[in-house]
Write a protein that binds this ligand. Sequence first.
Ligand code: ADP
Ligand code: MG
Length: 615
Amino acid sequence: MPIHALPSNVINQIAAGEVIERPAAVLRELLDNALDAGADHIVIEARAGGVDFLSVRDNGEGIPAHEIPLALQRHATSKISCLDDLQSIATMGFRGEALPSIGAVADLRIVSRTPAAEHASVVELVPGQELIGPSPARGPVGTEVAVSGLFSRVPARRKFLRSPRTEWSHVEAMARRLALARPGVAIRLVHNDMEVWNHPIQSLSERVRSVVGEGFMQAAVSLEAEQDGYRLRGYVSRPAWSRTQPDTQFFFLNGRYLRDRLVVGALRAAYAEVLHGARQPGYVLFLDMPGERVDVNVHPAKQEVRFQDGQLVFRFLRSTVDGVIRADAPQQRESAQTSAAAQISAAAQMAEQQKQAGYAAATLPLVSTPTPQQRPSPLRVAETAAERWPSAGPGMPSMPAAQEPAAPQHGMPAMGLEEPPLGFALGQLHRAYIVAQSSRGLILVDMHAAHERIVLERLKAALSGDMCLAQPLLVPLDLEASSQELAALDLCADWLQRLGLDVMATGPQSMRLRGRPLLLEKFDLEALLRDILADVHAAESPDVHRLEAALDSALGNHACKAGSIKHGRVLSLSEMNALLRQIEATPRSGQCNHGRPTWTELPLEELDRLFLRGR
Ligand code: ADP
Ligand code: MG
């Protein structure tokens, strides 16, 4: 093929590939334009998830009739005229690409009227054809841009669209971002001729409450901070509130929604000490700063930016949020400290008692938990076979029996048996760790984490087998559902059914839980269901592996709350040994559900090295 210039229609279609990937992206561009026009009332209407039809109507300044055709030309904009203007860009748009790109992949109709005009004007554009108009039309001051049949003439792109329900969930999420970004703008959302929500002009707290929900507001701390021309304000969740997905994280830079790595990283760092890495905090934050200190022209959809002083922004975000969370929880921490102090003094007391009782080694800070009848030295290996090989730990939370190691005959000397990899328990350390002696050296087990993993593996084994007996709920649970959750439910309802979780959509914003697996009796089912749906929605795929991963992580988090041994619980030696045997029999038991190690080994050689033995 000889070199030739591409026709402008093809150029626009290629450009559209960058910014217009789905209906939600069209919405983002149209909303940006409405805001740039100074609108404070916006109506969004969609049909079939925005694929068939999507329109945005605003009461902004409008476009003069003769300029409407210009707006549809590539690189035509009213917002900048030279590169320097980008330095202090105050508008959302500036590339002059959105309308022509949309016009290249969908039918476009613009009706607009300026305050000075006697009537509105309309322009229509069908991809690849001559533009029609402007011609006189009826309409109020402001602009309505309507987009229909997205990609209907571009099959190569259309095949990447998901189901209308999934596309709708993205459209709704996009609209929600705008609603949060601009509490001062009234915004109404209509889907398939039904009003989904309608927010009047509100204060920030009112808007966050209506958009993110009362639950978040209850768990949120408000913040406001200023430093070197940077101003941060908004709401952040307390550590007790968290999600499996980052779907409640809203960050706005100078009014623009951002999902920037530096920002996400700073917030993650702020929560690092109080929230486990697998959990996601929630926040609605607004950072305002001088426009010339940030380059917004690095990402076609403007979701990432380049900060002139990234370090400073990172530190400002992290320390502000971290500080607010800490300041919010002084009492909890105090009481935690007191109880730690109490534990230490109790440990000291016990060590004293044991010394008096003649156990020379008891000065080691080992806190075992002897009952009066059975008071083993913390450093004594349990002697009776029953203690060393308990068939099932008394008092262990009972789960469907898994492969317990065969219990050897009572009274049989343990010597002849092969030493189990995790050895035998010596005692409990600070009610959190089990100390055991193995043939190689010393074993330390985080009892909470280890038990959590055992519970999870049993649940999973049971759920993947035939054991997930469903139990119909006496009273079905009617739940509110977001469009995102419903889209996810669409993808995975059958699969949930097979697990015994009987859930169905009952309306545009509701679902009903009718049955649940017997096994999950102790679980907070609503929270579990929402976590699974959030994960499935993020994966956007009914792929079984993704579903299993979603179940895994959701179960993992809930197993942790339901029925795992908590730190601080006193275990008998036989219970400890039972736990050790269960860990050995459990797949992936080296790590807890959150990926932290559950046990560690200090081989004798390492201990010897610690004491410079053999040198
Ligand atoms: P950009 O927003 O980058 O300038 P667009 O292609 O999105 O490029 O829009 C082109 C121009 O059309 C804008 O610069 C603006 O002048 C005009 N325009 C688009 N939408 C609206 C609207 N809703 N109200 C007023 N003017 C608009
Ligand atoms: Mg624009």
